[in-house]
Ligand binder design. Structure first.
Ligand SMILES: NC(=O)c1ccc[n+]([C@@H]2O[C@H](COP(=O)([O-])OP(=O)(O)OC[C@H]3O[C@@H](n4cnc5c(N)ncnc54)[C@H](O)[C@@H]3O)[C@@H](O)[C@H]2O)c1
Length: 488
């Protein structure tokens, strides 16, 4: 079992990065961050206070006029260099994320590469963000220009710490904004290492990376010098930020949670269906994925056949283990609180009448001792009226529901407040088209799950979010339009 040693990839600096240099905290403090694989503290990391956050905002604000004046193609060149640096450091960054976020090192490398590819994508799209002209008569020239917003604050979640940190910097920087990135409090280390790797590629104050928690996020959501605040996180946090940002009428974009449905029709290809059900839960990430299809609606005619096959496949493919072991297939929850939340939902589901098919406990193996693990868990006989079918667990619990009537099925699928992803398995194109149209979600997969196709917009219907990211729309939303009228 090749267990890697993370000690050589830890960031050298555990302070706050803003204005082009590292700063010790002024009114914040230093708090321990943990390794979810063994539950032990790794290091004490800066936790930005109010004054710290304001200092970073002022540095970003001061840097804005110069950065917006950097020729657009030069901004693109800098971003491409940054993408290459992320790629060059992918193995180390993946190891650091595995150590600090609990996800297996084998799958975190793809996060770093995805981040690099997205940075290149945004750099390449810069010339495509264009204004428009209109001509009604010869008395005037009318055109629009797209201009940057100013300082953009980006607050990110804990399940893909490096990937979100790197990707979320790219679009606003490409369009000439300066950025303050707030790392997730549980897993800030890879973003701090990122600051060490790429920080000096930019003029001071253009990229600012703060580790911290709610207080730092609240200052970013309210301060008048922040033009736009975005969140990748939970629905309650999104609501808190929306309210906080309202006073200064900030622009917002939210990528929030999901309680996503997979629908299996009786004519589905059963091999593809099993692959989709198993893959859709993102067990490797211990189920910690906003897009996980955690509600599986199996038609009653295939329910009893598919359920045991899925359980057997999950048991075979996913075994919780040390995240820094390259053979590990399933990681840990990011925190002890996350582990307790998941176990709480197992209790809730069973008390409500669900049947435990597998898992439901903390694993008891030598390489998971002390870590924040939960076994891959499947509950069946779930009804849409139960809490387990309505609330996001953000962990390794898959609920299986049996259905017979399509109208009731669609009502149940759409009964939740969320609307992030959905999935349909059928071999009939009319059934496919009808169901895709009926699912209220920002992404719908057909005969597959989980895939984030490069360049496609990602975002939620209903309370799963506002706006779309990882796509051209994200670039445009990092600008504002100025209309120019020239009298001829
Ligand atoms: N839609 C997506 O693209 C996407 C991707 C990943 C995760 N998520 C969602 O994120 C959630 C899990 O991540 P999490 O546990 O880190 O989420 P979280 O909402 O607890 O925290 C997200 C971030 O918000 C900050 N924060 C918390 N309270 C705040 C406040 N009042 N003001 C400002 N900032 C605040 C946190 O410090 C953290 O950096 C899940 O709901 C998951 O579905 C969504």
């Amino acid at each position: 079992m090749p267990v890697l040693d993370p000690s050589s990839v830890l960031p050298g600096r555990l302070d706050l990065f803003y204005g082009g240099t590292w700063h010790p905290v002024q009114d914040g403090d230093y708090r321990p961050v943990f390794s979810p694989g063994n539950g032990r503290p790794i290091a004490n990391v800066a936790f930005a206070g109010r004054q710290d956050t304001i200092a970073a905002i002022e540095a970003a604000h001061a840097a804005f006029p110069k950065w917006r004046a950097v020729p657009a193609l030069e901004r693109g060149r800098i971003l491409r260099k940054v993408a290459q640096k992320v790629r060059d450091n992918a193995s180390d960054l993946a190891l650091l994320d595995a150590f600090n976020s609990g996800n297996p090192v084998s799958i975190m490398k793809q996060d770093a590469h995805s981040a690099a590819d997205h940075i290149d994508f945004f750099a390449g799209l810069i010339p495509a963000v264009q204004g428009e002209t209109t001509h009604l008569d010869d008395s005037a020239l009318n055109y629009t220009v797209r201009e940057p917003l100013g300082v953009v604050a980006r607050i990110i979640a804990s399940n893909h710490p490096l990937m979100f940190a790197a990707i979320r910097l790219a679009a606003p920087l490409a369009m000439g904004n300066t950025v303050i990135l707030k790392t997730p409090e549980q897993a800030p280390l890879s973003a701090l290492r990122l600051a060490e790797i790429i920080g000096d590629e930019f003029p001071p104050g253009v990229v600012n990376i703060l580790s911290g928690g709610v207080e730092c996020g609240q200052v970013l959501s309210t301060h008048s010098l922040i033009s736009k605040v975005t969140l990748t996180g939970s629905v309650p946090t999104g609501k808190a930020i929306q309210k906080a940002a309202a006073d200064s009428l900030k622009l917002t974009t939210f990528e929030l949670g999901g309680k996503n449905a997979l629908i299996a029709f009786p004519d589905a290809d059963l091999d593809a269906l099993v692959d989709g059900i198993v893959g859709g839960m993102n067990w490797g990430w211990c189920g910690q994925s906003c897009g996980s299809t955690s509600r599986v609606f199996l038609h009653e005619s295939i329910h009893d056949k598919i359920l045991p096959i899925v359980a057997e496949r999950v048991a075979k493919l996913f075994r919780p283990g040390n995240p820094v072991d390259t053979d590990t297939t399933m990681g840990a929850l990011v925190s002890k609180a996350g582990q307790q939340r998941v176990l709480g939902y197992v209790d809730i589901a069973l008390k409500e009448g669900a049947r435990l098919v597998m898992g439901g406990k903390i694993p008891n193996t030598p390489d998971t001792e002390g870590g924040f693990f939960v076994e891959p868990t499947i509950v069946a006989d779930v009804k849409q009226s139960m809490r387990i079918a309505n609330e996001e667990v953000f962990g390794p619990i898959m609920s299986v529901l049996s259905w017979s009537d399509e109208e009731t099925l669609i009502k149940d699928v759409n009964a939740v407040d969320y609307g992030l992803t959905g999935s349909v398995f059928t071999s009939d194109i009319k059934t496919m088209q009808r169901t895709v149209r009926n699912i209220q979600a920002g992404t719908v997969w057909v005969n597959t799950t989980s895939k984030h196709y490069f360049g496609m917009p990602y975002g939620g219907y209903k309370q799963s979010g506002i706006g779309r990211e990882d796509c051209f729309e994200e670039m445009r939303e990092m600008t504002q339009t100025k209309a120019v009228h020239v009298k001829l």
